[in-house]
Write a protein that binds this ligand. Structure first.
Ligand SMILES: [Zn+2]
Length: 123
């Protein structure tokens, strides 16, 4: 897939188009063919970086994604390929006490797409 990747922290000159391997969804995940991805201020913060931010480079920014499910993992049958989606960028384990009580933002595994994992500036 083609992706606009972040090659290091700094200005827009740190962004460049690259080919990356197509992501393969885990059993409970889906892969989304991105139709649109907004520019969130988080993208600017992450691009500029901060002292304790550790990213695997190249990184893919983009937390606000809309698209169509392209491939569903074995346990994600409720979202078959072809389903239009708007992605909630908050990702959590879905199984801990905090997640099951509706406070998924308190999950130890909570993260945001485009911040600590690859986001939607890609196909
Ligand atoms: Zn959790």
């Amino acid at each position: 897939m083609r992706a606009m990747v972040l090659t290091g922290h700094g200005g827009p000159d740190k962004l460049q188009m690259q080919e990356l391997p197509d992501p393969v969804p885990k059993a409970h995940e889906v892969r989304v063919r991105v139709k649109a991805c907004a520019l969130n201020h988080l993208d600017l913060f992450v691009r500029e970086g901060w002292p304790k931010l550790k990213l695997e480079l190249p990184h893919v920014l983009g937390s606000d994604v809309a698209g169509v499910v392209d491939l569903a993992g074995a346990e994600a049958s409720d979202l078959p390929a072809g389903t239009p989606v708007m992605v909630n960028p908050g990702v959590s384990c879905g199984a801990c006490r905090e997640c099951l009580s509706g406070r998924d933002n308190r999950c130890r595994g909570y993260h945001i797409l485009g911040e600590h994992s690859r986001g939607g500036y890609a196909q």
